[in-house]
Design a protein around this ligand. Structure first.
Ligand code: DGY
Length: 318
């Protein structure tokens, strides 16, 4: 008999087809009255497929009393209630590593775009301004100072790209990373004061909320650029908008926002800001690799009792 799996939120159609072939898959989104469905049939599900932006909150986990495994599409797990899963002994799988390169690529694309004005120059040419005006001078990237907030796997991939641009690299985090090969600066404010560009790659969640504070933005200053490919929650967005509008911050490249998909209206008219719709991992190759891992995590759990890539700290209490 096939294991009964609930799907919460959207996943790639090819993954959905694969899941439906191997499991008895039910999509919560198809149910006209999801709470009533969960009340009546919630106890039938042993597995849950979700994604980083959708997650699994305490109410959903509680509505699935037979749940044994969650397989999440994404590296972020700030929307999964791990206190609940640990207490219930539920295994939680996610999709780290396979997206490092593409997220780092996009961080660098945003950094280059803000500094060199690629999107702004494109708008300039398209609106026919070239014959009549000179495009503004932009900011050099090569050889500048890059600060990385959170030198995890994605942060290290950003550092590898920066090395190719001859940049000086430093980072901060909870503690120095062994053999990092880059200078550790102990606080985000000091790192921002040192850096020309500050790239945020730290995990989201309560412990990193507003780590990029008003003080950090002040320290980065009117010539500094912030790039965020982590989570909107890491940056004090109200302070960021104010600093950008008042030109107390040089620029920003943002793939993530505090209330996605809402983007602060004040950012839309700023030429020193490049905006992206939370797409850092969104290449065909990477999304396919993530989909494969979502499937493999479930399969490994049902075949061998453990997911292939377990969310740190999610291991059930023994
Ligand atoms: C992730 O994998 O966490 C991405 O940010 C998508 O949410």
């Amino acid at each position: 008999m096939k294991h009964r799996i609930l799907q919460n939120g959207r996943v790639l159609p090819a993954l959905e087809a694969r899941l439906a072939e191997s499991f008895d898959l039910h999509r919560l989104a198809d149910k006209a009255d999801a709470p009533a469905f969960l009340r009546e049939r919630g106890r039938e599900f042993v597995g849950l497929v979700t994604s980083a932006p959708v997650g699994a909150d305490a109410a959903l986990i509680d509505a699935l009393p037979s749940l044994r495994v969650i397989s999440s599409f994404g590296v972020g797990f700030d929307r999964i209630d791990l206190a609940r899963t640990v207490a219930r002994g539920i295994a939680v799988g996610y999709t780290p590593d396979v997206l490092n390169d593409c997220v780092a690529d996009l961080a660098f694309a945003l950094l280059l775009d803000v500094a060199r004005g690629v999107s702004a120059a494109d708008r300039f040419v398209r609106r026919g301004a070239w014959p009549g005006e000179r495009f503004r001078l932009t900011t050099r990237v090569s050889g500048k100072r890059l600060g990385i907030l959170g030198l995890g796997r994605i942060g290290q991939a950003v550092a590898a790209r920066a090395a190719g641009f001859g940049m000086e690299i430093a980072y901060t985090g909870r503690r120095p990373v062994a053999d990092a090969g880059h200078a550790f600066i102990s606080t985000p404010v000091e790192l921002a004061r040192w850096a020309d560009f500050l790239v945020v790659t730290v995990a989201g969640g309560a412990s990193t909320r507003h780590l990029v504070s008003r003080e950090v933005l002040e320290a980065l200053g009117p010539d500094g650029v912030l790039v965020n490919v982590a989570r909107g929650s890491v940056v004090d967005e109200a302070a960021l908008v104010e600093a950008l509008v008042q030109r107390r911050l040089g620029g920003a490249g943002l793939d993530v926002f505090e209330n996605e998909p809402q983007v602060p209206q004040a950012l839309l008219g700023l030429d020193n800001v490049v905006l992206a719709p939370h797409m850092a991992s969104g290449t065909m190759e990477t999304r396919q690799a993530m989909a494969d891992l979502v499937f493999d995590n479930l399969l490994a759990y049902f075949d061998a009792g453990a997911v292939r890539c377990a969310v740190p700290g999610s291991a059930p209490l023994g």
